[in-house]
Design a binder for this molecule. Sequence first.
Ligand code: PRP
Length: 296
Amino acid sequence: MTTLAPLGSGSDPDSFLRLGIPSKGRLSELATGLLNQAGLSFRRQNRGLFARVSGLPIDLIFLRTDDIPTLCAEGAIDMGITGSDLVEEAGANVEQRMAFGVGRCRLAFCVPDDEDYTDAAQLDGKRIATSFPHVTEQYLATKNAKAHLVSLSGSVEAMIRLGVADAIVDLVETGSTLAANRLRILEEIGHYETMLIQNGTHRRKEVADRLVSRLEGVVLARDYSLVEYNIPRSQLAEAEKITPGFNSPTINSLEDKDWCAIQVMVRRGEVVEVMERLKEIGASGIFEMTINNCRL
Ligand code: PRP
């Protein structure tokens, strides 16, 4: 087994799990927020590269988001938080351990609004600007097409107007960047999101599993609210159809034997509609409550 060099201070550095997280940008804030909510407390001093988590055998390594897949595949870090788009572009041999349900986006071939391309195969021999040259090349190869790839690290959507490309392959989230640049999606390559990745050797497995369990609790809590309401027992079956719960709802008796109280997890985006439907079938005292953390 490779001997790992000590990180930070403390004893037995070999027993520490190394978790790579983005050093700056939106993903850095998201990762830091998730880890803090999961009870991992640490202090990054003077934009340093390392931070030790207090009370848990975990060292955080602050890295460029696009280097995290490769460094995880090479074993420099045991786990990392990054985008699945970057894992695919790096061709990194890592396990995608859990999805955070955020940072969802599509990678797509995009062309000017007023050009009548109908298939990415028509880009054979054309110039394509992208930050994803490998994924683009592989996708075009499945269509027996090959393009001249202009490989860039950002601002790709400006490249057609600058005259260096006929089309682009870029990430699309809301589509507003495309609209602002009078571009449209020609064809989607894939869907991606923010992930926790893991090296296949599973070093420090117990610590890794504990970290995953903590993060799962936080991710679930962010996705769901707890809804409480009272319902006549005669309407219980209808109510369970509207709120089946994550596993099943909790049903408690009330003093009035004809009524019961329900506690159930509901996806946040669906809560308002669910409350309206519950009211329609005779529910009362309907409350939505925030879940800070959970284990199911
Ligand atoms: C990404 C992507 C697009 C934009 C898409 O850029 O490259 O430019 O977001 O989002 P939208 O569909 O919601 O408009 P990012 O902000 O990460 O910066 P970049 O241009 O430097 O890649």
